[in-house]
Ligand binder design. Sequence first.
Ligand SMILES: Cc1ncc(COP(=O)(O)O)c(C=O)c1O
Length: 373
Amino acid sequence: MEIKGFGVEEWLNQNEKKAQFDISQSTISSLTLGELLEFEDQNPSELFTKYLDTKLNYGWIEGSPEFKRLVAELYQHVTPENILQTNGATGGNFLALFSLLNPGDHIISLYPSYQQLYDLPKSLGVKVDQWQIREDLNWQPDITQLEELISPKTKMICLNNAQNPTGSLLSKPLLKQVVSLAKKVGAYVLADEVYQPVDKIDQFPNIVDLYEKGISVNSLSKTYSVPGLRIGWVATRSHALADVFRKYRDYTMISGGVVNDSLACLVLKNRHKILKRNAELVQRNHKILKEWVAAQEKLEIIMPEQVSTACVKIKLKINDEVFCQRLLAQTGVLLVPGSRFEMPGHARIGYCTDTLTLKMGLQKLGEFLAECD
Ligand SMILES: Cc1ncc(COP(=O)(O)O)c(C=O)c1O
């Protein structure tokens, strides 16, 4: 099975530990364990005492009943038995794609977006058509292109909502149009929803709530600030589909681990407090980014929604990869070259790091840009 290298992951693996001002990442500034326990008002020693007596066995295979209940509460039409815990959203996407797609199938993926959603299916022998996001449409796709691409052979439509790296959001009316097209041909709609906007999360249109063949994939890695727990999930409305996922899951994952599961429950129980902290951070950094880019002649931006990733256009002749390499070598500032997302001439700015790092990173980036022609 041939597969293309994962552009953004390869870049980060090579460069993130070299960065002094890392403004490339897509998580809202990660929480420490101490900060998490403060949300719970729990004394750390109580938690550690509990863990001293916790057997490090496999734990609950599909995720604990508490985890599944807390995740199901995030949706309108999903019951706990149709939630399966996965190794992050990457594990969730993999599970859904691997379980449902066969060589020769046809799918349509929002493009560019998260590379896993098109290059993994390609490696499984699936024919993948690209539903393009367009800069001239403020990074939205055009529904008429989807109408042209879809056919009775289409088995799945893959979305990334909000989209990495632009931070653009697919609206509920647009999603309803997607669902209506999918329904006509009986296609699944898989949505990777890790970048839910912090300011509108309770009105977020989860695909599984809009469509009986919708599959929502999410995790605690981005909007919930704990990527190190490696906990995600797949949510479906159908028992039969959840059973298909169970079957394949047994071959790829046993459990998420007892400690990670219990910490994931803590995160979910305290989600409103975490989201409040994150909404403040995103709002503050969003304003800093917007004002800073407005003063830059050599950059342009379509501002993201209140999600943790943004994409700038570099208005210079230099190749974006060379630009980012030089920037890192000369200033210690890390971005992700747009080419890593099939978006040459652009770069991802992960502006939801701590505010001081963002300010320092932007200042250094500004100095570097002043030297470029
Ligand atoms: C769209 C998207 N999905 C999934 C992931 C990975 O999520 P997780 O850490 O939950 O595996 C990323 C990380 O960059 C992402 O951008």
